[in-house]
Design a protein around this ligand. Structure first.
Ligand code: HEM
Ligand code: HEM
Ligand SMILES: [Fe+2]
Length: 452
């Protein structure tokens, strides 16, 4: 670690990992409700558990991005973070907001109150005051890192990362716009939900992957930068109009069916380019970096993102197909592998790289970390398959044969049992990952004891 303020990243990444644990545990609970529908129906109804699962996911991923930024920006811009105090203040605001949201959801506080109660829109359920806190925290962050970058060395990596993070914060402002007309509400809702994961978050992903490739493979910066610009251009070219793949059935004009189908099909290309980029860098690179686990997560990220977002996204993105699959388990299959491949793995990759340095612990539990990669990724891939089969059966019975929703759900029970099983593997993998980063290596401990 070259710069003292990189330490800020530790607080962000640690908090993110705590929420990650809560997120997957909550997944397990709602996954069990699918198997045994009355489970916890009084204490923690499905809708509340689902909200905690998806919101914890989004919040920890963003905390991870902030952590990654605080870690890599000092190195890239060759100076300390402008204000460590503001960085910790920002984290405190986010933690208070998160706790507020969790308490409001769990106990269903202030129901119907516009300022204090929860907002009913998926992913954006946070009470208004929490949304306000998020904006304040984002402004503090943007000020802090932009000041650092402006005063220091400017690189393509920091420029793209900042562009992505500015985009993330500005697009979140659409969460405040909630028109009464349902079609309009949905139209703007997707500005946040789609333009995040299929727009500006891709820039963050490309920048962090580029940084990891630079460090882990020792390829020339000019080569990394050329790829980076191409990937960013491809992402924005396809992803912005690709929003149309959510406008097929919400009451928007018919031309969206064509715009959405064509441009969202093109969205596969940047994800393919990111995978090609990662493998070509490893192939061309001369450096044999000792942190193999960070490399494994980076390659896994690029590959699973291509399959989860690219292949599983394309599967249901043409309007002729989406007419049948819309809102079925096919969507859930895609949502899980896309989020896991692209953004969960990305965070775990940069954490695997940064943690040993931040904690001054090299070598660390690298083999356990790699085992956690296979356990977690294997679990998520299996889950994706079970949900895809469930979705195929569901689409046929419900949308082609016209069977009733609940009748079809009875037919899917076995798939939900298997989904739960794969979820157990994911949770064990997550626990192993956290253990591998948080605990010192056995041999190191043994040597220290022997030396006493
Ligand atoms: C990392 C990038 C991506 C992530 C994290 C992601 C995640 C998601 C999630 C969570 C949903 C469900 C939203 C909801 O209705 O609540 C969704 C829907 C959808 N995604 Fe993606 N996605 C990504 C990329 C893509 C790509 C590249 C494509 C197309 C090639 C795509 C096609 C779709 C389609 C068509 C739907 C609507 C499904 C329906 O009608 O029910 N996604 N995505
Ligand atoms: C890091 C891993 C995980 C990620 C990234 C993730 C992501 C998501 C996302 C994005 C959704 C919303 C899906 C949509 O709208 O289509 C969701 C819902 C859900 N997840 Fe996960 N999840 C993860 C782990 C788990 C685990 C371990 C389980 C346990 C079985 C699980 C069970 C569920 C269930 C039951 C739902 C609700 C689906 C529905 O409403 O039908 N998830 N998850
Ligand atoms: Fe989308």
């Amino acid at each position: 670690m070259k710069y003292q303020t990189q330490k800020i990243a530790l607080a962000y990444m640690g908090t993110a990992l705590g929420l990650f644990a809560i997120q997957v545990l909550m997944g397990l609970i709602i996954g069990w409700i699918y198997v045994q529908p009355n489970f916890l129906s009084e204490l923690l109804p499905f809708n509340i558990g689902r909200m905690l699962h998806t919101n914890a996911l989004i919040v920890w991923l963003i905390l991870g991005f902030f952590g990654a930024a605080y870690f890599l920006i000092p190195e890239e811009s060759e100076r300390e973070i402008h204000s460590p105090f503001l960085a910790y203040l920002q984290l405190a605001i986010l933690v208070v907001g998160t706790l507020g949201a969790v308490l409001t959801y769990t106990f269903n506080l202030f129901e119907g109150n516009i300022l204090l109660g929860k907002d009913g829109r998926e992913f954006l359920e946070q009470p208004l005051w929490v949304k306000g806190g998020i904006v304040v925290a984002a402004l503090i962050f943007l000020f802090n890192v932009s000041m650092t970058v402006l005063k220091g060395r400017k690189t393509a990596i920091t420029n793209i990362l900042l562009l992505g993070l500015w985009g993330l914060a500005l697009l979140f402002l659409f969460a405040f716009y909630n028109p009464g007309n349902l079609a309009l509400d949905k139209q703007y809702w997707w500005y946040v939900v789609h333009l995040w994961v299929e727009g500006v978050w891709e820039l963050i992903m490309a920048a962090i992957l580029a940084y990891l490739m630079l460090k882990l493979t020792g390829v020339d910066r000019e080569v990394v930068e050329k790829w980076l610009y191409v990937i960013v251009a491809l992402s924005l070219f396809s992803g912005i109009l690709g929003t149309g793949h959510h406008y097929y059935w919400i009451g928007t004009p018919g031309y969206w069916q064509w715009i959405g189908s064509i441009f969202s099909s093109l969205e596969v290309i940047p994800f393919f380019a990111m995978m090609a980029f990662a493998f070509v860098m490893v192939w061309k690179g001369r450096r044999d970096h000792p942190n193999k686990a960070a490399l494994l997560w980076s390659l896994g990220c690029a590959t699973l993102a291509f399959f989860g977002a690219g292949v599983w996204g394309f599967l249901h993105t043409l309007h002729g197909v989406n007419f049948y699959t819309h809102g079925t388990q096919i969507t859930a299959a895609h949502g899980h592998l896309a989020f896991f491949g692209a953004y969960v793995s990305l965070n775990l990759a940069i954490m695997s790289y940064a943690f040993p340095m931040l904690r001054g612990r090299d070598p660390y539990n690298q083999v356990l970390n790699m085992a956690s990669f296979w356990l977690m990724s294997g679990g998520m891939v299996f889950m994706t398959f079970t949900l895809t089969f469930a979705g195929t059966v569901q689409t046929h019975l419900q949308r082609v044969m016209g069977m009733a929703y609940m009748e079809v759900q009875d037919q899917l029970w076995l798939f939900y049992v298997m989904r739960f099983g794969s979820g157990v593997a994911v949770v064990l993998g997550a626990g192993l990952f956290i253990y591998a980063l948080a605990m010192p290596r056995r041999e190191v401990v043994a040597r220290a004891v022997a030396a006493e």
